[in-house]
Design a binder for this molecule. Structure first.
Ligand code: SDX
Length: 379
């Protein structure tokens, strides 16, 4: 086979799709969803409206948003069979594995693969956006042996999720901060988990399998799993005075510092800036957090030492501090990322269906040819 272009590991820098969903300028630190800047959306929109924008391509009218939001509220419940399945998961299991298994299990109930039926597509979008939060909250309670909490249709997306998770209705500031964080994590061009989603979508399998693929990819510590690792790092550092020695040790041992660096951004991730503002707003309201002081010091030290290499804080650096202040356990931080990013994955799934071309890259073969089959006695 003729090689169309030079080999790039993991297709680094190679456009794998044409897309109109989001745009990143890594040099300027800009991110746009359907052309609208993330800063505008984080301050003026809400997650459900942003999901609609990403998936259907334009901001909804009042009626369209009301309809979309009402359908999502209506579909928040999960079948008792999925709950029963989750009761069999080991308590020590990671919530991302539980989410991947239960997202795939939705396919047992809903996948008809009628990909040419707009109603089937809309139903899948509604169900996945509506049910992932319920699954995350249910697993958190059930792994401790407690009964999960039914969603409340009188609560909006963020308030309902935090209610199902913490068993109490959160204050409006916490709900607003959480919702803004969901907007910030919803979409980011061709990142690894979105690429997974598109490859899987390109075979025309069902959207539940597409999301299960993407969840598994997001779980890795180099991708969505970094937010959980950041908090572990801040706890390990322990005090502001210990930041410099800790970071110097990482650099000396070529250990990646979690929450920093990015394949595209070579300046501070615009989402990190907004998450830092949200963290400050939350701490003002709920009381300060020593980990915030450590985090600010880490960012300063890393910027001093690695800024020249274009290594700055990314979206995962401050998100954990926001979630921790809301009483969310750190092993649920990546599931929160998935609950949000499912909007982006579904937007790319729909866009890929229009492409209707299976992903099948090539490779550079570096193995042997005409090798002999040796009988086992001679090996
Ligand atoms: C997300 O793609 C997306 O858009 C992802 C995401 C999204 O919204 O979907 O933005 C979400 O995944 C954010 C990233 C979360 N991951 C982490 O915070 C984990 C730590 N970060 C690194 O693993 C790394 O920065 C990556 C994986 C994010 C990017 O890696 P690259 O682009 O492949 O960079 P690289 O590994 O080739 O490193 C280039 C150089 C190396 O130094 P040299 O060997 O050339 O001397 O930069 C160094 C690396 O050692 N480097 C770091 C570093 N990241 C890169 N050094 C220390 N700490 C880091 N975090």
């Amino acid at each position: 086979a003729t090689i169309a272009c030079e080999y790039k590991p993991g297709l680094e820098g190679i456009p794998a799709s044409q897309s109109s969903i989001s745009f990143v300028d890594g040099g300027k630190g800009l991110l746009e969803y359907r052309g609208i800047s993330i800063t505008e959306l984080a301050h003026k929109s809400n997650f459900i409206e942003t999901a609609y924008l990403l998936i259907w391509g334009q901001l909804p009218t009042k009626e369209e948003l009301a309809q979309f939001e009402a359908e999502i509220r209506h579909h928040r419940r999960i079948k008792y069979r999925i709950r029963d399945m989750m009761k069999c998961f080991p308590e020590s299991g990671h919530p991302m594995d539980a989410l991947q298994a239960s997202a795939a299990a939705l396919g047992l109930f809903y996948s008809r693969r009628a990909l040419d039926d707009p109603q089937y597509i809309r139903d899948a979008v509604i169900r996945l956006i509506a049910k992932l939060p319920t699954m995350v909250a249910a697993f958190k309670l059930m792994r401790k042996g407690n009964d999960p909490i039914q969603p409340r249709d009188d609560l909006d997306y963020a308030t309902n999720f935090l209610y199902m998770l913490t068993e109490e209705v959160p204050d409006p500031i916490a709900a607003r901060v959480f919702d803004a964080s969901m907007i910030l994590h919803a979409e980011h061009t061709m990142n690894a988990s979105t690429f997974s989603a598109r490859v899987t979508a390109s075979t025309l399998t069902d959207p539940y399998a597409v999301v299960a693929s993407a969840v598994g990819t997001l779980a890795g510590p180099l991708h969505g799993g970094a937010n959980e690792e950041v908090l572990a790092m801040l706890e390990e550092i322990g005090t502001v005075d210990n930041v410099v020695p800790y970071i110097e040790d990482c650099i000396a041992n070529k250990k990646k510092i979690m929450g920093f660096g990015h394949r595209v951004y070579k300046v501070k991730d615009p989402r990190a800036k907004i998450l830092q503002e949200l963290a400050e707003r939350l701490f003002k309201q709920k009381g300060y957090d020593r980990y915030y002081d450590i985090a600010v010091e880490v960012e300063k030290v890393v910027e001093d030492k690695l800024g020249a290499k274009g290594i700055y804080a990314n979206v995962d650096f401050y998100s954990g501090l926001v979630y921790r202040k809301m009483g969310i356990p750190s092993d649920l931080f990546t599931p929160l990322f998935a609950m949000s990013r499912v909007a982006g994955w579904l937007a790319h799934w729909k866009e890929q269906l229009n492409e209707n071309r299976i992903f099948r890259p090539t490779q550079v073969y570096v193995g042997n040819h005409e090798s002999e089959y040796l009988p086992i006695a001679e090996r």
